[in-house]
Write a protein that binds this ligand. Structure first.
Ligand code: ADP
Ligand code: ASP
Ligand code: MG
Length: 411
């Protein structure tokens, strides 16, 4: 039986018509090697940002159903152009939207979750020997509205299709050669990692390494779908994302990540009583806002401050929810802070080593970078710092934990 390959091409890989012609060649080469090929494509370059910009010229918080209707159009442009480029190379290809391939989701517009994928249409087209090109990032809800899967959601489309179709490989083609020890755009001597575990990649992705959408890694981990992140501009092996194996623990820190897309909300003078935090975060959850870090101090006066971080796009919504809650919980006020950044170190080796946090804090301290919030898990440590110091902190930690090119090979 021929192999089934899912290949995903990100926005930078389809930024221009010339690039689309280039990736058509990659796809056709895979097809000619005897594989069934399902391709997932993102919108051209920064199309999605531009579409969001258009909406914001009308309303900063537009209706989310209409927003999905708008931003899902980007991927429809790229799938059809890629199909045409493949036709030009003499092969049969068909482009399909998320709805046409039966990617059904819940109704959480702009961050919908996939509920089910009906593979019938794709399988029928593959049987006709066609290359199937699916619009990434989109689905359709039970009430037949177009939904999108959160920024970077084409990765999720690819992984979910790989699972539904029982694909042999899921390849993520992007504008860098693989997953690096830090964002190579900021840390120029970052190294390409050849193999990384799902857990580390999940942490890196959710802590700001934009290279893959974190939810896509969650799905890949849950169903054990091996991923290969590689370059669409040059051949050669990229990064394999796979299940953790013993030898990985030898590396203390695998990568550092930076997130400048969060903001901090502080609720001042909150009565220190049972049930208050539950009330606050229940309302936030009901507004469909994801919380990242939470810090609550001990109270010596019967009142305390609670700070938490949210995605910047959710900041106004979160503040509104809290404002309306203030009189009900008898809290003092609410403050916003957009000038924060979260810097994180990630590595499965941390499980079995002590002193990693101390080293991180010492390195930041030496550079006079103040730590405002801290959160840890078994394999990561994150600190909230001032946004102005973010790049400096990233470079310092990358060097201190021996990840620079000069420090030898990584894995
Ligand atoms: P695509 O358009 O293919 O989806 P993205 O722009 O979403 O690509 O992600 C690729 C970008 O992620 C790279 O250009 C790189 O600058 C950035 N990036 C951030 N952290 C990392 C990392 N640790 N390794 C590789 N790339 C990273
Ligand atoms: N085009 C969408 C975005 O920019 C989805 C993706 O690129 O994966 O977020
Ligand atoms: Mg992406």
């Amino acid at each position: 039986m021929p192999k089934l390959v899912v290949q995903k091409f990100g926005g930078s890989s389809v930024a221009t018509v010339d690039r689309i012609k280039k990736i058509a060649q990659i796809v056709v080469k895979t097809y000619k090697n005897g594989a069934n090929v399902v391709v997932v494509v993102s919108a051209l370059g920064d199309t999605t940002d531009k579409l969001i910009g258009l909406a914001r010229q009308i309303d900063f918080n537009p209706d989310e159903r209409e927003m999905d209707m708008l931003i899902s159009t980007g991927e429809q442009v790229s799938v059809s152009l890629l199909a045409m480029a493949i036709h030009k190379l003499g092969k049969e290809a068909i482009s399909l939207t998320g709805a046409q391939v039966g990617i059904s989701t819940d109704s959480a517009h702009t961050k919908a979750r996939i509920i089910d994928i009906s593979t019938k249409r794709i399988k029928d087209e593959l049987k006709k020997k066609k290359i199937v090109i699916v619009a990434g990032f989109q689905g359709i809800s039970r009430d037949e509205n177009i939904t999108t899967l959160g920024r970077g959601g084409s990765d999720l489309t690819a992984v979910a299709l790989a699972k539904a179709l029982k694909a042999d490989i899921c390849e993520i083609y992007t504008d860098v050669k693989g997953v690096y020890t830090a964002d190579p755009r900021i840390v120029l001597d970052a190294k390409k990692i050849s193999v990384i575990s799902y857990d580390e990649m999940l942490e890196l992705a959710s802590l700001g390494a934009q290279i893959m959408q974190s939810r896509s890694i969650e799905v890949a981990k849950k169903f054990d779908i091996p991923l290969h992140v590689r370059s669409s501009f040059s051949a050669g092996a990229g990064t394999q994302i796979i299940k953790e194996f013993k030898i990985m623990e030898g590396v203390l820190v695998s990568g550092v990540a930076l997130n400048k897309n969060e903001a901090k909300v502080t609720i001042c003078d909150v009565p220190d009583k049972p049930g208050v935090a539950a009330r606050i975060f229940k309302e936030i959850a009901e507004a469909n806002i994801n919380i990242d870090m939470i810090v609550q101090n001990i109270s010596r006066t019967g009142f305390t401050d609670i700070s938490f971080t949210v995605e910047k796009v959710d900041l106004n919504k979160a503040t509104k929810v809290i404002k309306s809650l203030l009189p009900k919980i008898k809290a003092g006020g609410v403050l916003q802070d957009k000038d924060i950044a979260k810097i994180s170190i990630v590595g499965v080796g941390m499980k079995s080593h002590s002193g990693v946090a101390a080293k991180m804090f010492r390195s930041l301290g030496k550079a006079k970078i103040n730590i405002e919030m801290i959160s840890t898990s078994e394999i990561k440590i994150s600190c909230v710092i001032r946004k102005g110091k973010a790049e400096l902190a990233l470079k310092i930690l990358h060097k201190e934990f021996g990840l620079s090119k000069k420090s030898g090979s990584n894995k």
